[in-house]
Design a protein around this ligand. Sequence first.
Ligand code: ADP
Ligand code: ZN
Length: 531
Amino acid sequence: MTSAPPLSGPASEVLNRVFGYSAFRGEQQEIIEHLIDGGDALVLMPTGGGKSLCYQIPSLVREGTGIVISPLIALMQDQVDALRQLGVKAGFLNSTQDVSERRRTEQQFVAGELDLLYVAPEGLGVPSTQRLLDQGKIALFAIDEAHCVSQWGHDFRPDYLNLSMLHERWPDVPRIALTATATSATREEIATRLDLVGARHYTASFDRPNIQYRIVGKQEPKRQLLELLRTEHPGDAGIVYCLSRASVEKTAEFLVQNGIAALPYHAGLDSGTRARNQSRFLREDGLVMVATIAFGMGIDKPDVRFVAHLDLPKSVEGYYQETGRAGRDGQPSTAWLAYGLQDVVQQRKMIETSDGDFAHRRNLAAHLEAMLALCETVQCRRAQLLAYFGQDSSTVAGCGNCDTCLNPPESWDGTVAAQKLLSTVLRLQRERGQKFGAGQSIDILLGKTTEKITQFRHHELSVFGIGSDLREQDWRGVVRQLLAQGLLAVEGEYGTLALTDASSTVLRRERQVMMRREPERTKAPRARRAS
Ligand code: ADP
Ligand code: ZN
């Protein structure tokens, strides 16, 4: 983080007196002064970068109340409480309030007694709220989590589409839109949809140099996780993300049984338990929160030492956002993801069978593909991540702090293996009119005589046993990588394998397929510790 020029002026005065900080971070000062002068801004800053001050300080310096639009209703109370502790006059309006609380806040706003007012996006669409805002003085509009306006993003909220009306109705009020996650396409979309084309854009570096990115093959995920915690993060606070509520429960239990202080968090728990677990995680040292992705948005705990994913995130945006919760204090931290064939099959299946039109499914598939490409890359993970967000990654090519830099993976020519696997799928379909999942196809290649092989007479296929030169885990790697490269598809609710248009180029030997070699053992590199 760079520090700002000598401190003077109202912004610096507020930074000092109210927030108790001695210097601005990154571009905070430029952004804040631009807003104080009445300009519009679009701010892209990674989680923990210090976005809040960018609208809080101008709200305090400018006349009137800063209106903050945030989808994180559950956090508004906490945010407002934290501000009040600093002596800032803050309030919020959302559906969790009772009528009298709401009245009181409205009166305070009209009387000019609030510096900041947090509002849920759905609230702004209501005519009575719009009339209320007309009765007071507005210092600025801050649109937090602005990527929610992107229909193609991973976190679309329809209410955000209405926010372009802010500019129509209050053309003289400066606006600032903020997000921690946006590709260049999403950035354009935010600017267009929120009518911020003329706004000044500020893009902080998305690199989080203190986070060590690691993506490992999934064998026994809970054991692998335990090993990671015991060897590299004993006594550290961290977050473990699982896809389902059931696996959250099981994983938390497993960790507790193995002497790790872990708590569960998911939407199926009653709100009291959720609130209690969240506040324990924030206040106590060294707790591990096992959670679905329902947990974490807006959580500000500086010393989260690791974020572990036991299931594949659905998009690179999600992965970046979730891993970004590690190491906000700048100290070395680990982002660890265990990923395997089953993840790919399951997610492809979920997309296949999801509601929504073709365009929606194609969009989900594109997000998954980018995530898979990050998992399968033999290049620097950080460089790939930054390139995805449209940032210059040449400065970090070979960052020295990700698994592929620390332990360069071997790649091998998997063309023949790919042909064998694809031929198996083809033969099952052509000769037998059958479709099977990865497990049966691999058993055929390995020449295993299981009950299911005998039952379907698969030992009579010409491809039976032609893959015995590779191990089962190698074959799982082959299937996974073919899926990741779009050379193989997963269909229907049983997740059966099918050829794609591109498969034929491999079968006809027109193309070489390079693969990442499956490691013998997933030995984790040691996290670098600050000395
Ligand atoms: P974001 O919203 O971008 O994720 P926050 O606004 O929550 O980040 O800020 C992250 C942390 O950094 C907070 O604890 C905040 O108080 C702190 N912070 C922000 N700006 C500064 C600064 N100029 N000096 C010191 N700490 C700061
Ligand atoms: Zn690297």
